[in-house]
Design a protein around this ligand. Structure first.
Ligand code: ACO
Length: 431
């Protein structure tokens, strides 16, 4: 096929330029505007990146109109049904599913990097007793570069790999320690006999004075939720990690910046916000009043867990998680949980409402994940932390992909300046 191009004509100067089109494996092609400013003297303007591809990537593909999500080409539904978190993590980092030996070796490496440096304990003690676990995570993950100098030479692929392993392995330990600090209980060391999610549950819920058994239903449910949250192409937190990483910042600092971006309620903080919203609605009879508020432009209230920048169809992860919600509540919690019933009713009413239909607003993954976490006994302030643990795999894989590229350059967006034009300083006595 001949190379596609797009011709852009400046109607002001009459000058035309022909821009090459970069072809994808799937999805829309992208016009390469790298020469745009040099040749036409204009920047392009696209706040919120509605039409702008910030990079090329071989990791994740999502089709928002179809409601389709692929990790390295594999449909999320197949990975959710047949795979497990560490196997998918390997797939994301190395590009292919591991064979049995590779998987065993990867599991061993991750398992043997789960302990935290003892000095890190003092960091946790420095946080106020009721600090949000996400606030603790941002700080502690950022501090890891002070402990692991030996893996911060980002020009060395081996260092990058060790840093990736450390981050994936230590994130559950940091998350659990953040939680333990927030409830005043002693930190629990990782146990190498347990699975990735079993270990996390043990570190969160066991105490030194009692025996604790990991519930296999909880362990499996968490593993599945983690698979669904591993990566989601160039979302806000991933783009933050890439931008921070493009300057050559160390991987621990980059992932800390991703955690900070994830915390926002329009992103990973939505799962916590959904439960707050359901509690606020309280009763199915109040749904119409809250829907009216969500539709009112003057009211900042939005239906949390609804809508997505890319999905204009049912979020495929929400479909999987919705099914799991029934199973988990039946086995561990209460299938008649009033909040779950309220969520189902709210979804049903919103999906029939013209406002939501016209804008293609469907439930996203966060609409149901909080209900599952609640059934697993995970408190609301840990919901986004759970998301961060899983997403660390995506962040790290995206960071490795970017740093490993030839001609990798610092990310430096342009701007449309709308402030005052040049003016002279006025001394204080004349203002
Ligand atoms: N409730 C009510 N109206 C909504 C909602 C919502 N949840 N989401 C979007 N809309 C409306 C907007 O007001 C806008 O209406 P208009 O055309 O009349 O102005 C229209 O739908 C388009 O919405 P945008 O804000 O332009 O969509 P955008 O892509 O910028 O935002 C976002 C996407 C941030 C996810 C948004 O839908 C939202 O705030 N949802 C609630 C928060 C949430 O669930 N976030 C989790 C996202 S998934 C994740 O991070 C894992």
């Amino acid at each position: 096929m001949p190379e596609r191009t797009v011709t852009v004509t400046d109607n002001h100067s009459g000058k035309s330029i022909e821009l090459p089109v970069r072809e994808p494996t799937l999805g829309p092609a992208a016009v390469d505007i790298g020469r745009f400013f040099r040749e036409l003297g204009y920047f392009t303007y696209d706040p919120g990146f509605l039409s702008t591809a910030s990079c090329h990537s071989r990791l994740t593909y999502l089709d928002g109109a179809e409601g389709k999500l692929l990790y390295r080409g594999y449909p999320i539904e197949q990975l959710a049904e047949h795979s497990n978190f560490l196997e998918v993590a390997y797939l994301m980092l190395y590009g292919e599913l591991p064979d049995a030996e590779q998987l065993t070796s990867f599991r061993n490496i991750i398992t043997h990097h789960t302990m935290l440096n003892e000095a890190l304990k003092d960091f946790f003690r420095g946080f106020y007793h009721d600090a949000h676990p996400m606030a603790i995570m941002v700080g502690v993950v950022g501090s890891l570069s002070a402990f692991y100098h030996d893996s911060t030479d980002i020009g060395n692929p081996q260092h990058r790999e060790i840093a990736a392993h450390r981050l994936i392995a230590k994130m559950p330990s940091i998350a659990a320690a953040s939680y333990k600090h927030s409830i005043g209980e002693p930190q629990v060391y990782p146990d190498n006999r347990l699975s990735y999610t079993g270990n996390l549950l043990n570190m969160m819920f066991s105490v030194p004075c009692e025996e604790y058994h990991v519930d296999p239903v909880a362990e499996k449910a968490l593993d599945l939720i983690f698979i669904l949250h591993i990566d989601h192409e160039q979302n806000a937190s991933t783009s933050t990690v890439r931008l921070a990483g493009s300057s050559g910042a160390n991987p621990f600092a980059c992932i800390a910046s991703g955690i900070a971006a994830l915390w926002g309620p329009a992103h990973g903080g939505a799962n916590e916000a959904v439960l707050d919203m359901l509690r606020e609605i309280g009763d199915a009879r109040n749904i119409p009043a809250f829907l009216a508020r969500a539709k009112d432009r003057k009211d900042p209230f939005r239906l949390m867990g609804f809508g997505h920048r890319v999905y204009k169809n049912y979020d495929p992860r929400a479909r999987i998680i919705r099914r799991m919600c029934h199973e988990v509540l039946a086995k561990l919690g209460d299938e008649n949980d009033p909040l779950f019933e309220l969520a189902l009713r709210l979804e049903e009413i919103a999906l029939k409402d013209d406002y939501f239909i016209e804008r293609k607003l469907y439930p996203n993954v966060d609409f149901y994940s909080g209900l599952i976490y609640r059934a697993l006994g995970i408190p609301a302030n840990m919901f986004t932390v759970m998301f961060a643990i899983a997403r660390t795999v995506g962040w790290v894989a995206q960071w490795m992909e970017m740093i490993g590229e030839e001609n990798q350059r610092i990310g430096r967006p342009r701007q449309l300046y709308t402030g005052p034009s040049t003016r002279d300083y006025v001394t204080l006595d004349r203002r």
